[in-house]
Design a protein around this ligand. Structure first.
Ligand SMILES: Cc1cc2nc3c(=O)[nH]c(=O)nc-3n(C[C@H](O)[C@H](O)[C@H](O)COP(=O)(O)O)c2cc1C
Length: 391
């Protein structure tokens, strides 16, 4: 996603400086070239050598050792991140002070800046610091974090630097066109569980990866996102409202509660079609054989279709074999605006995989995509939603 982008990472004097090693590695893994500037205090917390290895580039710390880099580096950069951002650099930036390599380069930069403040809560809550930060925000400077939690000094409070995942999400956000910024997007993800007794349930192989990728993509494109998730072992995407459910009827209820106030609904969850007729309160005894009576679960897509205020609705259709006809039929019968079809018999795509191979169907046509990452599939789906909503 950051292929060909040039990013400056400034590091200041905070205990959180070591976390920036991981950030720099992740930026590079995404294809960015990273130039690191460390203040004198930052070098007391982490060595320039470690940062050099992580960034695979020169570490800038002395303006006079690298004459004119304070002008050439910002001229070529697409993004400037300060992680961690000390109270000192925030104060200097807000007052146009340029007394070292980092503050001078920052002042010479006119593109997007993300600050990840980190400090003791007393410093963060100081009205002088807050005023400076608010001033920078009013000029369009972006911030991520800080979070509440236990601080390096042993105290509890607000001031912990945002974690690397959150900083990466804000990087994606500032690098992505905000074409969903007026949308409220509701996404369902993962499997559901239908209980037989206190220890057993019927479920399916859905990992939730596709739905979580959709939530991340909608979020970085500026949408207000709610993710209704069945039980999965994935981290909640940054900045997304999470609603955790277990059974198909809980998912049904959660979707109907939010659907009318959403502008886009993507039903990506693998909702169990059936549930046991009866949930035993005691563990079912072992017998030679047993018969399970199942009842049909409510159909969520059909229920949404009946709403008076219906969101733009995207369904998923997982079929055994190349049954695009069945997917199109499903789109018609459930009054969906779009259906994403995938063939579950295809190897290394779909369930539990990091990749997917889908066909996107709508009333204007269809597009078969090659095998690609679920993040890329998510981007393709929302690209099409944006196109269709414009028509
Ligand atoms: C152990 C220790 C931890 C510190 N942690 C922070 C911090 O998290 N945030 C902060 O703003 N300052 C922190 N400071 C103070 C800064 O290092 C100090 O204000 C310094 O002048 C910052 O310079 P710089 O912004 O040029 O890196 C810490 C100092 C020490 C000794």
């Amino acid at each position: 996603m950051l292929q060909g982008k040039s990013i400056i990472v400034g590091i200041t004097g905070s205990v959180a400086a070591y976390k920036t090693l991981d950030l720099v590695k992740r930026l590079r893994n995404e294809g960015a070239s990273v130039s690191v500037i460390m203040t004198a205090s930052a070098q007391r917390f982490i060595t320039p050598l470690s940062m050099q290895i992580a960034s695979q580039g020169t570490i800038y710390n002395d303006m006079f050792e690298h004459p004119l880099s304070h002008v050439s580096l910002p001229a070529a950069a697409d993004l400037f991140i300060i992680s961690p951002a000390s109270a000192n650099i925030i104060g200097k930036y807000a007052n146009a002070i340029a007394d070292d390599m980092l503050s001078t380069t920052l002042l010479a930069y006119s593109g997007t800046v993300i600050l990840a403040p980190a400090m003791n809560w007393r410093m963060y809550e100081n009205p002088i610091l807050r005023k400076q930060l608010d001033y920078l925000i009013s000029l369009g400077i972006k911030t991520v974090g800080p979070e509440k939690g236990s601080l390096a000094c042993g105290e509890e409070g607000i001031g912990r630097m945002a974690d690397t995942g959150a900083i990466m999400e804000s990087v994606y956000t500032v690098m992505t066109p905000q074409d969903l910024n007026s949308e409220r997007v509701l996404i369902t993800a993962g499997p559901t569980r239908e209980h037989l007794d206190p220890v057993r349930f019927i479920s399916n192989r859905s990992s939730g990866k596709m739905g979580y990728a959709l939530a991340r993509n909608a979020k970085v494109r500026g949408a207000d996102v709610t993710l209704i998730s069945g039980p999965v072992s994935l981290d909640a995407p940054y900045g997304v409202e999470m609603v955790r459910v277990e059974t198909a009827s809980e998912m049904h209820e959660a979707v109907l509660e939010k659907a009318s106030t959403s502008s886009i609904l993507v039903m990506c969850a693998a909702v169990s079609d059936f549930a046991p007729e009866k949930v035993e309160t005691h563990k079912i005894e072992k017998t030679e054989s047993m018969t399970l009576n199942l009842r049909k679960n409510p159909d969520i897509l059909s229920a949404v279709a009946k709403l008076q205020k219906k969101p733009f609705t995207v369904g998923f259709s997982a079929e055994s074999g190349n049954r695009i006809d069945r997917a199109r039929q499903k789109m018609e019968s459930k009054h969906a605006d779009m259906i994403v079809f995938n063939d579950i018999l295809k190897k290394d795509a779909g369930f539990d995989s990091d990749a997917n191979e889908v066909t996107i169907l709508d009333r204007k046509g269809e597009k078969t995509l090659p095998r690609m990452s679920k993040d890329d599939v998510a981007a393709e789906i929302f690209d099409r939603v944006v196109e269709l909503k414009k028509i």
